[in-house]
Design a protein around this ligand. Sequence first.
Ligand code: ADP
Ligand code: ADP
Length: 229
Amino acid sequence: EGTVRFEDVRFSYVPEREILKGISFEVPAGRTVAIVGPSGAGKSTISRLLFRFYEPSGGRILIDGQDIAAVQQASLREKIGMVPQDTVLFNDTIGYNIRYGRWEAAEEDVAEAARLAQIDTFIRSLPEGYDTPVGERGLKLSGGEKQRVAIARTILKGPPILVLDEATSALDSFTEKEIQDALDRVSRGRTTLVIAHRLSTVVGADEIIVLDKGVIAERGTHDALLAAG
Ligand code: ADP
Ligand code: ADP
């Protein structure tokens, strides 16, 4: 469950400037496909179309064989998890923040999500600025740590499909190694579409698609692409 398929997808934000010029690819269930390419190539547009923020002007997008044009946005949100750009932390423990919106989740599932995102050591801490009346100080989290809270929250929701957009999710605040490690763990067993800037962070993806000016310029594994220069 969770196969994503783009079939000859075309898209323009404004007339006479086509951003995607007939894009076809598949992310088989449980696999990881990365989209790389220069800024402005149309990478983020692909994730916006997948969420139905916009509709394609040609072609179609299928999830498990069903055209998403016929799927409600609310039900798409249950299928597709996206790590948001900015993470707002609420006045409670990091554990509560991970659980936010999934109140029925078992304690061990929250702990497991925290472990996968590597924030389990401060699951009981409060965020900075929220000191307790008895003088306990909130913990200052780095941008990357806050991002991991968002990753843990997304894992806990357990969507079969994960979309990670480095551009919008501020994964830039991670080191390359941290991105690889965190995403390696969260993508395991999930259909994962990664929008990346750097080939070096998606070395293990099952397929890498190089997008340039709205067309697929190259595709293959990391090693094959390097060998091709
Ligand atoms: P990438 O993610 O590869 O950097 P995007 O998908 O964000 O590229 O954008 C592709 C092109 O579409 C860019 O030229 C960008 O300026 C243009 N674009 C993005 N969003 C809009 C919009 N809302 N209206 C008009 N043009 C847009
Ligand atoms: P497989 O399903 O073939 O085991 P994975 O889903 O485990 O593949 O991911 C393979 C590799 O892709 C990982 O080793 C990781 O380096 C890379 N990867 C996966 N997701 C991301 C991501 N979101 N950002 C960057 N790299 C990623």
